[in-house]
Structure formats: structure tokens, C-alpha cells
Design a protein around this ligand. Sequence first.
Ligand SMILES: [Zn+2]
Length: 268
Amino acid sequence: MEGVGIVVSALLGIAVGSFLNVCIDRLPTGESLVFPASHCASCHHRLAIKDIIPVFSYLWLRGRCRHCQTPIPRRLLWVEIGTGILFGYLFWHYGLSAELAVAAVYCCLFLILMVIDLEHGLILNKVVYPSMAVALIISIFLPPSKVVYPDGAVALLLSSLPEPGIAQAAIGGGIGLFLFLLIVIISRGGIGWGDVKMAALIGIVTGYLVFVALFLAVILGGLVAVVLLLFKLRKRKEGIPFAPYLSLGAMITLLFGKSILNWYLGLF
Ligand SMILES: [Zn+2]
């Protein structure tokens, strides 16, 4: 039974990934998500159903437009496959539950933010602000984290913080905003305002686990930056899009944040 659920969830994920691609293509240019219907970005030929079947059409057409032979961006395929794998995993992790639906929504939002920043170096307000509103509403019904903290002084501190969802979301958002404002001031332009807003969003989504999410993002981003510099793939002056790491940190925290926090506090 669980196997069927995972497969159905993965197939749904592939279809959702196809819609995420539309969002990623059109949100930065201000096009409507609905009109016009799917068309080739190069020859503007309107695409038939057989051209827009997720994954399958790309492979069948060998990654080229049927009409003008222009290569279709490979990202379309990766986002569809990636969302499929992610949704399959989410079902396995949560089972059929409200948590599953909420985690799926958040993962979609973070995937959109991640890929748009990778391709355009932009974190769009029209994605971040509505996401904040959605996350605040969700937090009323489903607290960001019902954390059972381990023993110790940190646990005492954390357990004295307000428990209800919306309070946790608001405080988490405030912490994310404050931490990244500090980083903006210290780094003098290494981090942009979009990153600050996104850190606040992640705080609303993860509540008190915001520390774990932002810590992971900084570690991941730092590691990649070091590797890029070592291999001279990027000059020191160029900014590095940070939304991909923020997104990864947030998604890992949604799934494993409590375990990571407990492990980390257990070190002391
Ligand atoms: Zn074409």
C-alpha cells in the first residue's frame, strides 16, 4: 500500500514539477501563468498535448522543439524529475497526512525561489511575500515545529518560548530577519535584500528551527563558494546566488530539523 502511495506521489510530483517550470519561466518576465498556452520560447509555435507530457516529451523529442529544433532547456527535465523524487520521498517520510501536504507546498515554493535565483540572480518579492502570508496562515493550524528539546540550559530556554504556531512563526520570522540584517551589515553587499526577506520567510516556515535552517544554508553556501574559488570557477568579486542554499537549508530542516538540533545539542 505504501509503495503505491509513493509511486502516485512521485507521478503527481512530476506533473507539479511541470507547472513549477511554467512558474520559473514566467514569473521573472511578468507573464501570466495561465495565458498564453505553452509555446516554444524560440519559434513561439503553440505546443500540443503530446509535446508537454512531463519527462516523456522531453526524452521523445530528444530535448529539441518539434518545429524549429531549438534545444529545450535541460532544466525543464531536471525540475520535473527532481520534484517527482522529492514528492515520492515526502510521502515515504510523512505518510498520507496534513504534514505531507504542507511540506509539499513549501518544497514547491523553495524550488521556485532556488531555480529563479540560479538562472536570474533574483529573489522575487511576488514569490516571497505571498509565501510569507501562506506560511503564517498554515502556522495557525499546524505549528512549524512541535519540538521536544533535550535536557540542558538551551532546552530550558527554548521550552520557555511560546508554543502556539503563529507566535512561533512570527518569532522565527523575526529571528531570520534580524540574523540576515546583521550579515548584510557585516558583509557589506555580499548578501542582498532578497536573501534577508527569504531568511524571514524561512523563519516563518520553520519556527524556532530557523537557526538550523540558516546555519545549514551558510555552511552549504560557504562550502560551495570555497570549492568554486579553489578551482577558479568564479572570481571573488562576483556575488553568489544564495537562495539555492537557503532553499536547501529550509527543505532539510523541514524534514530533519528536529533530529539535527537534538544531535547538535547532544554534542555539549
Ligand atoms: Zn520551436
